[in-house]
Design a protein around this ligand. Structure first.
Ligand code: CS2
Length: 526
């Protein structure tokens, strides 16, 4: 068994990763995407400028596995870049440590509150935002954090849970929290963020400071910064009634900003074979290895509350208006990606590269991208959206990434409203029936029907509702088993799921008929 990758075991032939001087960024949701994207920009920015203030404390929400991968390695990991013809291996040292809220909540709150921290970034996926179907905060999903927030709010300064940062090797029994809930382990990303903001405000007030902070979401959502700001404010309002939380609210108004951003890099799940191959190359074992395509892009709304990492030195674009970039990426890249993932799975393709190489599916992808999505967009900074679309299809076709259709197809109910909903609404408003989007929805419906009928789990936070919709269609058909339900009836039930499509579109007869016709057609295509 080889040693683990670490600054003390670096092979001679690699470029040394940076060693940050402190934590300057707290990142919520340290999965593979963050490690292959924002952490890489941070690393390259530090190398280019020598500015070492921007070490990252990563927060892993669901399990301790990323912490257990990176902590023994002192935070160092490798990024394997897989191009069509060549691969490259680079080390990243910008992640200082990883905290798991189930055991480390006080540490996370302390890090968000610390004067040396200036930015909190997030990649918690669409479902991590705890939104209800109408778009506002689903208070139920964050209730334990809201109770903790209310309890922490009234603690005397000396007992602030953040005053007890126990560091990385703390014992869990310190973290259980008081009977009133203060110090309770963070159960949701939004809840943890809001508690961190409140802790920062309390500490800043006690120190007579303002301590501005930038909260920068990097998730694939329309107007992601505004969405997050709304959820944070709703959480504060739900936990702290008027009067009680007013100083916190005033501080949010004056000293906290929520820029929007567009992030892009295809990051497939790392395989065991890739870990083994990299171990051979490095001579040490990297349990934190991540894989990404050569392309990476980050467009950030330039609305920072205070200092920030010099990300532009690593190629990030800072701009006053991210919306056109965000729209183009969400509709053309992510929208087409999802279409290829669902239809690809139905056709038996394991990877996106195989799906986009299938002529029938490629034609559908192009129809969605160029005929439906493109006409709804205004080109960012005069970009050629047609050329952009062609470049996306080429990126999808890179076989070296091994990006799987299963990975992209998860969480359909969270992604469809963002990726297809706006396209459908805009095309219908323009008097056109979007045929590519109708096919995409039909593919999703068919896949859901197939999985539910076969008794398999659908990987989606609304899976129970999906099962119920299929069951309703079966009952409507008066038969006893899922396979016997008319696929068209299932499609009608699924498309009507609250919040899936913008109001009015799900009931548009022409569009619905097009979806249903595609469902029938899918049985001949695949
Ligand atoms: C993908 C995205 O998994 C998915 O849903 O569409 O993760 C996609 O690979 C990235 O947004 C690319 O930047």
């Amino acid at each position: 068994m080889n040693d683990r990758l670490h600054r003390s075991t670096l092979p001679a032939h690699v470029v040394e990763p940076v060693t940050p001087a402190q934590v300057g960024v707290v990142h919520l949701g340290i999965g593979a995407f963050h490690r292959a994207h924002q952490a890489v920009f941070t690393e390259l920015a530090a190398r280019a400028t020598g500015d070492l203030r921007w070490g990252i404390l990563g927060v892993t929400q669901r399990s301790a596995s990323v912490r257990d991968q990176l902590r023994p390695q002192g935070g160092v990991y490798a990024v394997l870049t897989t191009g069509t013809d060549a691969t490259a291996l680079d080390l990243v040292g910008s992640v200082v440590d990883v905290a798991w809220p189930a055991e480390d909540t006080p540490r996370v709150l302390a890090a968000i509150a610390a004067p040396t921290t200036h930015v909190v970034t997030l990649t918690v996926t669409e479902k991590g935002y705890a939104r209800a179907a109408g778009g506002g905060l689903d208070v139920e999903k964050v209730s334990s954090d809201l109770a903790a927030l209310a309890a922490e709010h009234v603690l005397p300064a000396a007992e602030h849970v953040v005053a007890r940062d126990p560091g990385p090797h703390s014992r869990t029994d310190h973290m259980v929290g008081g009977e009133d809930g203060h110090g309770r382990a963070g159960a949701s990303a939004i809840g943890l963020l809001v508690r961190g903001l409140a802790a920062r405000h309390r500490e800043a007030s006690a120190a007579g400071e303002r301590r501005p902070l930038t909260v920068l979401t990097c998730d694939n959502m329309v107007d992601n910064g505004r969405v997050l700001e709304r959820l944070v404010r709703e959480a504060v309002d739900a936990a702290l009634p008027a009067g009680e939380g007013d100083a916190l609210r005033a501080w949010l108004d004056a000293d906290v900003t929520f820029p929007s951003s567009m992030v892009d890099r295809i990051v497939p799940a790392t395989t065991a074979a890739q870990r083994d191959a990299v171990e051979l190359e490095l001579g040490v074992r990297d349990e934190g290895l991540v894989v990404g395509e050569p392309f990476r892009q980050w467009v950030i709304e330039d609305r920072f509350a205070g200092p920030r990492p010099p990300w532009e030195a690593a190629g990030a674009t800072l701009t006053s208006d991210v919306a056109p970039w965000e729209q183009a990426k969400l509709r053309m890249l992510n929208g087409t990606h999802s279409l290829l993932a669902y239809a690809g799975r139905l056709a038996g393709h394991a990877t996106l590269a195989d799906a986009v190489a299938d002529p029938a599916l490629r034609a559908r992808a192009e129809a969605f991208m160029f005929d439906d999505a493109l006409p709804t967009l205004s080109p960012p900074d005069g970009a050629d959206l047609h050329a952009y679309g062609e470049s996306l299809l080429e990126r999808f076709g890179n076989p070296a990434t091994g990006h799987t259709t299963v990975q992209v197809s998860m969480d359909g109910t969270q992604k469809i409203p963002i990726r297809w909903g706006g396209v459908v609404a805009d095309r219908l408003a323009a008097g056109e029936v979007p045929a590519g989007a109708a096919f995409a929805l039909a593919a999703w419906c068919e896949l859901v029907r197939r999985e539910v009928s076969a008794g398999r789990e659908v990987d989606d936070p609304r899976a129970a509702e999906l099962r119920a919709a299929v069951a309703r269609a079966v009952e409507g058909a008066g038969r006893g088993d899922g396979a016997a339900a008319s696929p068209e009836a299932v499609a009608r039930a699924l498309v009507a799921l609250p919040g899936l499509l913008p109001a009015g579109t799900a009931s548009d007869a022409r569009f619905l008929d097009a979806v249903v016709a595609e469902v029938a057609g899918l049985r001949t295509l695949v």
